[in-house]
Design a protein around this ligand. Structure first.
Ligand code: SAH
Ligand code: SF4
Length: 353
């Protein structure tokens, strides 16, 4: 097979180690070269096959003929007073996505995007206003981490899929990217340090666990179906009861837990009654298996919601804490640069409603 133009070449960063081994066999080479190429791409972080000096010249020439090493461009970087850094990337077709670096003590978490925009349409989320433009490819997901990790003084310790998009609506590419993050020949992240957050695409949650052992976060954000139907439209298809059923079946490793995210919004879901309902939901799944993360709503121009006052958030948090729930309330970060959760949006692309 003669491969000439880029469209026919393989995007080598889209291959997991396993896929790359199979691909080497396809092109009539030994599968162990996948280990070498993986190291060059993810440990040495080279940008061309010519730099892969432990491969023979003829193999390098073959790779150049059959494959390419994809990149995405940094379009814009903004730093917040609190140390949070937002990176806007320009993809090869001109689409824009965002990643956020969040320092916290010894940890440096990168929050990455999985889609351009999002189809789920949550009422409170700024990304939703863009609608869905397209899925990211595996390499576009991986490159967000690779390129950020090349910036000065950056050593990323954690990866969360909490940027733009619904990861479980881009299942295959998200799974492949997570496998590349965990690969011990490559980026070598511990499975405890990679978290995929979903709004509740229930048919893919158990499948995710079968494919890759990363941690799961689920955006509950409501204490009743009535609220959730309004805030997260897919609740009409997969409601809180069905969500509880699936989470009960989610096989956990020792000491592992599932995080329930609860974006708390003034006069929408911030009462003690709501906290009681959340407690019941947590108990039904299994109180020992759940961590609740209370996230104050980040205000933005997309919707007329506001953040509850501090006293109300504290009350909500304290109620759950006193009932024995492992609950965390962390003040949000990157607010001043639009880098907090739900503020990731490309302004030019907001659809005026
Ligand atoms: N689509 C996935 C992951 C991306 S959203 C999901 O919904 O889980 C990441 C998190 O940001 C979710 O928990 C979501 O509920 C939260 N979020 C969205 N908009 C927000 C806002 N305006 N303020 C605070 N959190 C928000
Ligand atoms: Fe999509 Fe998550 Fe935003 Fe909902 S909260 S619209 S699922 S990105």
């Amino acid at each position: 097979m003669e491969i000439k133009n880029k469209e026919e070449k393989i995007d080598i960063k889209s291959l997991t180690l396993e896929d790359m081994r199979a691909w080497f066999i396809d092109i009539k080479e030994k599968s162990f070269h996948a280990n070498q190429v993986h190291r060059w791409l993810y440990v040495q972080k080279v940008k061309s096959f010519d730099e892969m000096t432990n491969l023979s010249k003829s193999l390098r020439e073959k790779l150049i003929k059959y494959a390419y090493i994809s990149q995405i461009d940094v379009d814009f970087i903004a730093s917040s007073k609190d140390g949070t850094v937002k990176i806007r990337y320009k993809l090869n077709d001109g689409e824009l996505i965002e990643s956020v670096l969040i320092p916290d003590g010894k940890r440096l978490t990168i929050c990455i995007s999985s889609q351009v925009g999002c189809a789920v349409g949550c009422e409170f989320c700024f990304t939703a206003k863009m609608g869905i433009r397209r899925n990211l490819t595996t390499s576009e997901i991986v490159n967000q981490v690779l390129i950020a990790s090349e910036m000065d003084n950056v050593e990323i310790t954690n990866i969360v899929y909490m940027g733009m998009g619904e990861p479980l609506n881009n299942f295959d590419n998200v799974v492949k990217s997570a496998k590349i993050f965990l690969s011990d020949r490559g980026l070598n992240f511990s499975k405890r340090k990679v978290v995929i957050s979903t709004s509740g695409i229930l048919n893919n949650i158990l499948k995710l666990r079968e494919e890759v052992p990363v941690r799961l976060a689920l955006s509950l954000n409501s204490s009743t179906n009535k609220q959730r139907d309004r805030l997260i439209p897919i609740n009409k298809k997969w409601n809180i009861e069905s969500l509880i059923d699936v989470l009960k079946k989610f096989p956990l490793e020792p000491k592992e837990s599932i995080t329930l995210e609860y974006v708390i919004i003034k006069n929408i879901n911030d009462t003690l009654e709501d906290a009681k309902n959340v407690l019941n939901i947590v108990k039904k799944i299994g109180i020992k298996n759940i961590k609740v993360n209370v996230i104050p709503f980040n205000e933005h121009d997309g919707i007329n919601f506001s953040r509850p006052n501090e006293k109300n958030i504290e009350k909500f948090h304290t109620y759950l804490f006193e009932k024995g729930v492992d609950v965390l309330y962390r003040k949000s970060r990157g607010d001043d640069i639009g880098a907090a959760c739900g503020q990731l949006v490309v302004p030019e692309l907001v659809v005026k409603l």
